[in-house]
Design a protein around this ligand. Structure first.
Ligand SMILES: C[S@@+](CC[C@H](N)C(=O)[O-])C[C@H]1O[C@@H](n2cnc3c(N)ncnc32)[C@H](O)[C@@H]1O
Length: 229
């Protein structure tokens, strides 16, 4: 199963997200500003799986020195085109974590975010990825990720096991789009969430969800905010 290639092909179709979603600006208003007093005079930020770059641009506007990486050349091109003033802040990365010396323009960051982008891996690739992201976070740095839960029923119920104990293959069609050979793993509850990110000291756990048509399932995601001690 070449799941990384299948996922890379999937994302080459692009993920239309011209504005930041609410969890992106709520992270700032509800956590980074009140609890961490960020940004300070200089605060670097990496957005892993930045897609079309809206979050990177949003945090740049708040005076974070922000960078984004993604495997989708299509989306990185859209991001550079849409935000020409910070075009050099976007870079393409390899789908396989071990093939990246480091992510983004800097070796270390004060904040690392991953909005809906950390569940596309086998257990082993995820562990390699987390080791890398952990090593790229400064001591005292903030890590924030949003992870799809099993409560995202349309995805979960239409998924099948693979030969990896985490990864499942999702296939379904609704009026809006066709989800074909989409490889992800799901998070069952907050304990599991904390286990996945056990290298960080958990600070804030939460979730968000959204449902816009009766036909589609809801988009339940857990949120994890932790600190590198
Ligand atoms: C659901 S989209 C979210 C995009 C963006 N974070 C947002 O919220 O608009 C998931 C993103 O993860 C990226 N992605 C998937 N697998 C990846 C990998 N192995 N390495 C880096 N990015 C990956 C995809 O290309 C895609 O842009």
């Amino acid at each position: 199963m070449d799941y990384l290639k299948s996922n890379a092909d999937y994302w080459e179709n692009g993920y239309t997200a011209p504005m930041v979603d609410h969890h992106v600006f709520r992270l700032y208003g509800r956590i980074l500003k009140p609890y961490f007093k960020l940004p300070k005079k200089y605060t670097s930020l990496l957005d892993f799986g930045c897609g079309q770059g809206a979050a990177v641009n949003y945090y740049a506007g708040l005076k974070f020195d922000s960078y984004g990486v993604d495997i989708s050349k299509f989306d990185i091109d859209v991001a550079r085109h849409r935000f020409p003033g910070i075009a050099n802040s976007f870079s393409l990365c390899d789908p396989k974590p071990l093939n990246n010396k480091h992510y983004g323009n800097l070796e270390k960051y004060d904040v690392i975010t991953a909005f809906q982008s950390l569940y596309y891996f086998t257990r082993k690739d995820f562990e390699d990825l987390m080791e890398k992201l952990y090593s790229q976070l400064n001591k005292g740095g903030v890590f924030f990720a949003t992870m799809m839960g099993t409560k995202s029923e349309e995805y979960f119920k239409n998924s099948k096991e693979t030969d990896d104990d985490w990864l499942r293959c999702v296939n379904f069609t609704n009026s809006r789009y066709q989800c074909k050979d989409y490889y992800i793993f799901f998070t069952e509850n907050q304990d599991e969430l904390c286990n996945k990110f056990s290298m960080f000291k958990p600070m804030h756990l939460g979730w968000y969800s959204g449902k816009f048509t009766s036909e589609e399932g809801d988009g339940f995601h857990y949120t994890f905010c932790g600190v590198k001690e």
